[in-house]
Design a protein around this ligand. Structure first.
Ligand SMILES: [Mn+2]
Length: 304
């Protein structure tokens, strides 16, 4: 790969290369949890996404932002690739005690969607908040409220959090897809007070996210955003086993994630469900890298 100092690479930024006098800082923590309902290799994602960032620049031409104005601190990966989600709770919460304070925002690179429960619990603990003072915004095709009787996995983090004490009214789920959920679980989520916004209802995806985030932020002290990459159309997310035709477009997701970066209530975002062993032409790892960068572009705008 040609090294051109006039074309800074996102990977180098992630490794600490930035501009003088940063406007703030972001921490990045790999959480290679791999305990999905359908066996896969989501544990490979943090390193694959970092690798994809070699081919992405740091410049957001849409907003005129260079993310190198932010200081990035990559804290590496947690040793949870063989852990059950129940056993990942303690190490993730402990690591977030160092990854959240002192940074304007934290990006968790999953791993499967099981990351979201320890991620939100870790954010709450790091900020000294009760779960009831926190909000969860999911950009996901799925409700993730399958029952928890047989243990935790990537299909039930939202249910597990509700059972932990997160009030349903603090949860907003955007991008929920047809033929990817069941009537029973949709009834359960709505019955718990969860706000469910379907793919079609969120036709203007980023605008819907901006509006819902604003409303949620008014009710809580800090917001955790779960970006399940399977909210994308399957054409752009072949590495996400749960992605289906009819999902959102990459630019819609980028705009939505940018809005999350810009909003002062958002302290943590996770990017989950990418299984690089299923990818085609690196499209999914590239789009996951773009999500990280779009969030950081919004964060730069927040702090500038
Ligand atoms: Mn999910």
């Amino acid at each position: 790969m040609v090294n051109d100092p006039a074309w800074p690479r996102a990977r180098a930024w992630l490794e600490g290369e930035g501009l003088d006098s940063p406007v703030g800082s972001v921490s990045v923590l790999g959480v290679p949890l791999n305990a999905s309902i359908s066996p896969g290799r989501c544990d490979l994602a943090p390193e694959a996404v970092r690798e994809a960032m070699r081919r992405l620049s740091t410049y957001d031409v849409e907003h005129g932002t260079d993310v190198r104005r932010l200081r990035a601190v990559d804290l590496g990966d947690l040793d949870v690739d063989r852990a059950r989600p129940e056993d990942a709770l303690e190490p993730v919460v402990r690591a977030m005690g160092g990854a959240v304070p002192g940074f304007e925002a934290t990006v968790l690179l999953g791993g499967d969607n099981g990351v979201t429960r320890p991620g939100l619990r870790g954010m709450a603990e790091a900020l000294g908040l009760e779960l009831a003072q926190t909000g969860l915004l999911t950009l996901d095709a799925h409700l993730d409220v399958r029952h928890t009787e047989d243990g935790l996995h990537n299909g039930n983090p939202v249910r597990a959090l509700l059972e932990d004490g997160l009030p349903g009214a603090n949860v907003v789920q955007i991008g929920i897809a047809s033929w990817a959920n069941s009537a029973e679980y949709a009834t359960y989520a709505r019955g718990r007070g969860v706000r469910v916004v379907t793919r079609r209802q969120a036709a203007s995806f980023a605008e819907t996210v901006r509006r819902e985030l604003e409303a949620l932020a008014g009710r809580v002290q800090a917001v955790y955003v779960d970006v399940d990459v399977d909210v994308l159309d399957r054409a752009f997310a072949p590495a996400c086993p749960g992605a289906r035709p009819g999902g959102v477009m990459p630019w819609e997701l980028a705009d939505a994630v940018w809005e999350c970066g810009r909003h002062s209530s958002v302290r943590v975002i996770d990017i989950v469900e990418v299984d690089p062993s299923r990818d085609a032409n690196d499209v999914t790892t590239l789009v996951a890298g773009q999500c990280l960068l779009a969030f950081c572009s919004g964060l730069t705008e927040r702090l500038a």
